[in-house]
Design a protein around this ligand. Sequence first.
Ligand code: PLP
Length: 389
Amino acid sequence: MKSKVFDMIEKERQRQENNIELIASENFVSDDVLRAVGSCLTNKYSEGYPTQRTSGNRGRYYGGCENVDELEEYCCSLWRQVFNTDYHVNVQPHSGASANLAAYMSVLKHGDTILAMSLDNGGHLTHGSPVNFSGKLFNMVFYDVDASGRIDMQDVRAKADACRPQLILAGASAYSRTIDFKAFSDIAKSCGAYFMVDMAHIAGLVAAGDHPSPFGLADIITTTTHKTLRGPRGGIIFCRPELASKIDSAVFPGCQGGPLEHVIAGKAIAAAEACSPEFAEYIHNVVKNCKAMCDEFISMGYHVVTGGTDNHLFLLDLTETGLTGKDVQNELDKHRITLNKNCIPGETRPPQLASGVRIGTAAMTTKGYTASDFVKVAHKIDDIIRSMK
Ligand code: PLP
């Protein structure tokens, strides 16, 4: 039975080795991250926080935590270094969704109003989708994008003035443009709302200086560690020091039990890697490659949402081809090109079909692809799409 499992893992290893991976939220971690995540730390229970923690809650509910205490504190200090910040850090969230749940629970009450970006426009499920806890627990109001697909800051201001939200959220899963955190922060201040940034997708770009930083502007910042940050699957929350206790209590015991110390070790390794000049160089290449590939699609006549990209991803609007995102995703799968169908602004199809596909360059840049490799892949995708019409 065990060998069957290892066979399945091996098959997945080969798939990852052989396919062209364009899913914007995926990446390939280093052997050191894999080693840390596969370590004996998976055996350890450590509910609570390191006893020597200098901000937020402290103290564990189990014995034998001296090593994981040291690890978790070190991990937090490394992440502060990555973003050059003195914000409080909580590295325990199991995922981006858990980080967002805890962030909301730390400062909001059931029924409070959140102003965010809807899923159709590029937001995430946890940004208020009616099928998610966020849409069920809170009163969601969504700001719009303009005709080109860019966030409409006038609409953000008008909606904030009208609904007086308790929290304004910036950040997205499928948005290819720079987000103006300063403008969001000014609006949040003017209506007395908390300002939260979910930088899950662009965190690597923020670390490398390729996207403006939300630190110093946002009250709470959440991220995943497995996308452009190239770490293990997981979440992190940063907050202003005065919110440290609320955030820590919301994570544990509010939303989670024991932290995954093996994943925290992986997060520490990823942070150490993200501090290096090689990581900044890698992210610069991700952005350069993304622009090259996106420009190639535009020159072949494709409609790209917002007309281009400033980051690691872009969205192809397939409406004019008559094909759904699902059709294209499935056909590309047969040619070992992996991406995901995605809703586009003003979407008319259900999300299971969708009218667009999302393309990202973080994973294949890790594998050494250059701008000219991505241009070749754009032509390969175009050939496949043409053959489907
Ligand atoms: N926030 C954003 C902006 C995301 O794009 C994602 C995942 O794609 C998440 C949160 C959730 O992360 P996870 O899948 O780890 O729960």
